[in-house]
Design a protein around this ligand. Structure first.
Ligand SMILES: NC(=O)C1=CN([C@@H]2O[C@H](COP(=O)(O)OP(=O)(O)OC[C@H]3O[C@@H](n4cnc5c(N)ncnc54)[C@H](OP(=O)(O)O)[C@@H]3O)[C@@H](O)[C@H]2O)C=CC1
Ligand SMILES: O=C(O)C1=N[C@H](C(=O)O)C[C@H](O)C1
Length: 265
């Protein structure tokens, strides 16, 4: 695109939305066209940049002319963003996690008509961790494997989208699907561990930005692969790279790996 990409941020008043607003205003690749909040938001109509600039938090009313929607809201916000993209043809970049099966299916269908890029985690470090885990899980098929994640006390979904994506990658490395292998809780007397399962453990507290650790446990030795995010702007930067990349692209279900691969050349 020769002109700036016209961007709408969905979930603009949230932790990720505010991180995106902070970055976009100084990024010449973009023109921020819309800062979207829910119809009942207390922020509706207030200045999006906290100063006297013209941009206000709005809903989707009269939002024509947007090239790319970047969504970090929640399932309802994502559904509303998808309505807009399907109607207008705008591309969608979404990091929202904790989706129902129905919304997952809707996204898959939408990608037949519009460009959609989804990532449970937009950090470069987690992209590399995912590859490493797939390889380690494949190389050590007999080792026990658990994924531990920790997030702030406001997070609503569990396990995190990233933990699930890591689980999918590990299961794929072992030629299986996560549905067959996942164990999401252990309490009471669950009995000895069933070989081949992938366990999940969840920590919630304080202001933890996002931590993920994969434990591969053998006899007399253990591998720990982990990632610790200390600043939300890493996710916001990754999402903006994806938004610049997807503008004007053909319909399809794109991934963060596509963006990384195109940068490698
Ligand atoms: N993929 C990744 O790299 C990352 C993904 N995430 C995911 O992003 C999502 C948001 O996270 P976070 O920013 O921490 O959450 P927050 O709760 O801080 O922000 C979400 C915002 O969405 C807004 N919202 C709610 N409903 C709607 C709606 N119907 N339409 C538009 N906006 C709506 C809310 O604002 P209001 O009430 O004002 O409308 C709220 O401020 C989560 O699913 C999280 O897991 C988070 C970080 C990184
Ligand atoms: O809700 C969050 O904060 C985060 N959510 C994503 C997830 O569910 O994996 C990514 C990141 O860890 C932060």
């Amino acid at each position: 695109m020769t002109r700036p990409v016209r961007l709408a941020i969905s979930g603009a008043s949230g932790r990720m939305g505010l991180a995106l607003l902070g970055l976009v205003r100084d990024d010449e690749r973009f023109e921020l066209a819309r800062a979207i909040v829910s119809a009942g938001s207390p922020r509706l109509g207030k200045a999006a940049h906290g100063d006297l600039s013209a941009l206000r938090f709005t809903d989707w009313t009269d939002a024509a002319g947007v090239d790319v929607v970047v969504d970090f809201s929640g399932p309802d916000g994502l559904a509303a963003a998808l309505d807009h993209c399907e109607e207008s043809g705008a591309a969608l970049v979404t990091g929202t996690t904790g989706l129902s099966d129905a919304l997952e299916e809707r996204l898959t269908k939408a990608a037949e008509r519009i460009a959609v890029l989804r990532a449970a985690n937009f950090s470069l470090g987690v992209a590399v961790l995912t590859r490493l885990l797939r390889e380690a899980a494949a190389a050590l098929p007999g080792w026990d494997l658990d994924i531990v994640e920790a997030h702030h006390n406001r997070k609503e979904d569990a396990p995190s989208g990233t933990a699930l994506a890591l689980g999918h990658a590990a299961a794929a490395g072992r030629g299986a699907s996560l549905d067959e292998l996942a164990v999401y809780s252990r309490e009471g007397r669950p009995g000895a561990r069933k070989a081949g399962t992938i366990g999940f453990a969840v920590v919630r507290g304080g202001d933890i930005v996002g931590e993920h650790q994969a434990l591969l446990m053998g006899q007399g030795e253990r591998i720990e692969l982990g990632h610790r995010a200390t600043d939300r702007s890493i996710f916001a930067r990754g999402a903006l790279e994806a938004a610049a990349w997807i503008a004007g692209r053909a319909p399809g279900a794109w991934s963060i790996e596509d963006v990384i691969a195109s940068k490698r050349g």
